[in-house]
Design a protein around this ligand. Structure first.
Ligand code: GLU
Length: 485
C-alpha cells in the first residue's frame, strides 16, 4: 500500500515553526516512500479562525519548498482540501453513528455544562460529560429527542464512549499506549452550529483520504484515544500514528513566543536561507546516524525515517540555527556565488544601493565570514558602497595628533602605489617599508586606516578592503577624513 500522509493545519495564526517541522517530516516521509503528501486545512472551528493565517500557511510552505501532491476533485479547484467546504460529509457520518447507536444528541446549554463542571469540581471528580444526568438522547428518551429536534432546539452530537474497558494503540515513536475508557470524554462530534469538531472531521478525512500515517505533534496525543474509538465505531482500520516530540526553549520549557519568534514568517523576514532553515528543522527531533549535520533536501529525503525520531523534546537552539546559516553562506560563496550575489543585490537595491554584480560578489567574499544573515551583510557592508559613517566613540579612543600625522603619511604612500598594480599585496609592501623605516606598529596603521576608510573598528583585513575599494576611492576617503577632522 502506498504511503499517504497529510499536513492538517488550522488557520488560527501564522504558521508556527513546530508546524513547519511537522510538515517537513510528513513531506520527507512521503517523498522517501514515493508516496503522496496532502495539505488539508482544518478550519471547522469558526471561532478560532484568524484572517490572513490561511494565506500565511500557504506562503510559508511555498517558501519552504513543500508543495502538496494532490488537490480536491472539485473542478477548477487547485488549492488544498478545505474542511469547511466538506461539512455535508461529516454530517452524514455523524448521522450514521447516531443510527448505529455509537453517538447521540445532546441539548445541554453552555450554562448547564458549566454547572456540571462546577459540581464535579466541588465533588473532586475529573471533569467529564456526565451522560446519565445531562439533557441528552439517553436521559430524555427517543420521543422527546425527536420532538426537540423537530422544534429546532440546538443540539450537538456526542460520541458514546464505552464506560469500561480500554483503548489501546501503537505509536510508531512511543510504542504501545493504553488509556482506560473511563478517562475518555464523550467528545462532541458535531456542534450545535452544525459544524464538526476537529475529532470527527479529522478522522473522517483521514479515512476518506486513505491516510496511511498520521504524523503530528505530541500535543495531539491526548486526542488519539478518541480517534481510535471513532475508527472502531465506524468499523474502519486506523492509520499508523507517530507523535513528534515537542519543540522546547533553551530552558527546556515548551517553545513560546515569550522567549523568541515562533512564526516561520519571522525567520523568513530575518533572512535565513531556506535550505539552512529546513536543514535545521529536520534535525529537531530526528537523529540520522553519525555526526553529520549538513543535508540537502534530497539527502534528507533519502535518509529520513521515523525510527530515528526521538521521544524527548527538541531544543529550538537559535545559536545552532545561526551556525547552520553560516555553513550555508560558506557553501553558497563556494558553489553558488552568482545566485547569492543576485539575492544580495536585491537587498542592496532595497537600500538604494546600485552596484555591479562583480563588485557585489567581491564584497560578499570579503565579508561573509563575519556575518550570519544576508540582510545583516547589507547593513554591515554599507561602507563598501557608500561614504562611511564614523563610529565617534571609537574615534575618540584612537584619534590624536600622532594618528593625524600617520594618516597623512599613509595617504601619500597609498597615492604613490601604481594604479595598475593596486592590490592588497602591493599596498602591504609599500606600507610595510614605511613602518619598518619609521618604526611604527602595523596595528596603529590598521586602526588609523580603518577609521578613515571604513569608519568602524571591525571588518575584513584592511589591505583587502583597500584593494577592493580601489586607489581612487581609498585616497579620496582618507583626504576627506583629514580635511574634516
Ligand atoms: N488541525 C490540527 C492542527 O492544527 C491537526 C492535528 C492533526 O494533524 O491531526 O494541528
Amino acid at each position: 500500500m502506498s504511503v499517504r500522509v497529510r499536513f492538517a493545519p488550522s488557520p488560527t495564526g501564522f504558521l508556527h515553526v513546530g508546524s513547519l517541522r511537522t510538515t517537513l517530516y510528513n513531506y520527507l516521509f512521503a517523498r522517501h516512500h514515493g508516496g503522496t503528501f496532502i495539505l488539508r486545512v482544518e478550519d471547522t472551528d469558526q471561532e478560532r479562525f484568524v484572517p490572513g493565517s490561511y494565506e500565511d500557511i500557504l506562503a510559508s510552505l511555498q517558501w519552504a519548498g513543500m508543495t502538496p501532491d494532490e488537490s480536491p476533485e472539485t473542478p477548477g479547484d487547485c488549492g488544498p482540501y478545505i474542511q469547511s467546504q466538506r461539512t455535508e460529509l461529516y454530517r452524514r457520518y455523524a448521522t450514521d453513528l447516531i443510527e448505529r447507536g455509537m453517538a447521540y444528541y445532546a441539548f445541554d446549554t453552555a450554562e448547564e455544562l458549566t454547572a456540571m463542571r462546577d459540581r464535579q469540581k466541588a465533588a473532586g471528580v475529573a471533569p467529564r460529560y456526565d451522560r446519565s444526568s445531562m439533557r441528552n438522547q439517553y436521559t430524555l428518551g427517543e420521543e422527546e429527542t425527536k420532538r426537540l429536534l423537530a422544534l429546532g432546539e440546538p443540539a450537538s452530537v456526542r460520541m458514546k464512549v464505552p464506560i469500561t474497558g480500554e483503548v489501546k494503540f501503537n505509536d510508531v515513536i512511543r510504542g504501545t499506549i493504553v488509556v482506560p475508557c473511563k478517562d475518555v470524554d464523550d467528545q462532541i462530534l458535531m456542534k450545535s452550529d452544525n459544524f464538526p469538531t476537529y475529532h470527527l472531521a479529522n478522522v473522517v478525512d483521514d479515512h476518506e483520504m486513505r491516510i496511511t500515517h498520521v504524523i503530528r505533534g505530541e500535543e495531539w496525543l491526548p486526542s488519539t484515544p478518541k480517534h481510535v474509538l471513532l475508527y472502531e465505531a465506524f468499523g474502519w482500520e486506523a492509520p499508523k500514528f507517530a507523535h513528534l516530540p515537542l519543540l522546547l526553549n533553551s530552558d527546556k520549557t515548551k517553545l513560546s513566543k515569550r522567549q523568541g519568534d515562533v512564526a516561520v514568517r519571522d525567520y523568513i523576514a530575518k533572512g535565513y536561507f531556506q535550505e539552512a532553515f529546513i536543514n535545521f528543522m529536520a534535525l529537531l527531533g530526528w537523529n540520522p546516524s553519525g555526526n553529520r549535520e549538513i543535508y540537502s533536501m534530497d539527502e534528507l529525503i533519502k535518509e529520513f525515517n521515523l525510527d530515528h525520531v526521538n521521544k524527548a523534546g527538541a531544543v529550538f537552539d537559535l545559536k545552532k540555527l545561526d551556525w547552520m546559516n553560516s555553513q550555508y553562506m560558506k557553501q553558497y560563496v563556494e558553489h553558488k556565488l552568482d545566485w547569492l550575489t543576485d539575492e544580495f543585490m536585491v537587498l542592496l537595491a532595497a537600500q538604494g544601493i546600485e552596484t555591479t554584480h562583480d563588485y557585489a560578489a567581491k564584497v560578499i567574499r570579503l565579508l561573509h565570514e563575519r556575518i550570519t544573515l544576508l540582510p545583516d551583510l547589507v547593513r554591515f557592508s554599507e561602507y563598501m558602497f557608500r561614504k562611511p559613517v564614523v563610529d565617534e566613540e571609537w574615534k575618540a579612543t584612537i584619534w590624536n595628533d600622532g594618528a593625524r600625522q600617520l594618516l597623512g603619511d599613509l595617504h601619500e604612500i597609498i597615492a604613490s602605489v601604481d594604479a595598475t598594480s593596486f592590490d592588497s599585496h602591493t599596498v602591504h609592501e609599500a606600507i610595510g617599508a614605511y613602518t619598518k623605516e619609521k618604526n611604527v606598529k602595523f596595528k596603529d596603521v590598521g586602526n588609523t586606516l580603518r577609521l578613515a576608510v571604513t569608519g568602524k573598528s571591525v571588518g575584513a583585513g584592511m589591505m583587502d578592503t583597500i584593494a577592493l575599494l580601489g586607489k581612487e576611492e581609498t585616497t579620496a576617503r582618507i583626504s576627506g577624513f583629514l580635511a574634516s577632522n
